[in-house]
Design a binder for this molecule. Structure first.
Ligand SMILES: [Zn+2]
Length: 73
């Protein structure tokens, strides 16, 4: 596998709070970007970065149930 310069496949990430699943694509910026990503469904902080490689999140799977309550844990 050869690493490409520009964008890369970051796999998938799932929200630990609501279970929404995201496709992650890593983009490379010419300048360092400081940002964070919150789950589109529940607002849970999923990632923070301060880097030229920035993950882009695309919602691919919504949680099965949209209950606001969290189980014990
Ligand atoms: Zn969530």
């Amino acid at each position: 596998m050869v690493q490409t310069w520009g964008t890369g496949d970051g796999g998938t990430a799932s929200c630990k709070k609501c279970g929404a699943e995201y496709k992650v694509t890593v983009k490379r910026f010419p300048m360092r970007d400081s940002d964070k990503f919150n789950c589109e469904i529940c607002g849970e902080l999923m990632n923070e970065w301060n880097s030229t490689q920035v993950p882009m999140y695309e919602l691919i799977s919504k949680p099965a149930s949209s209950s606001g309550d969290t189980p014990s844990g």
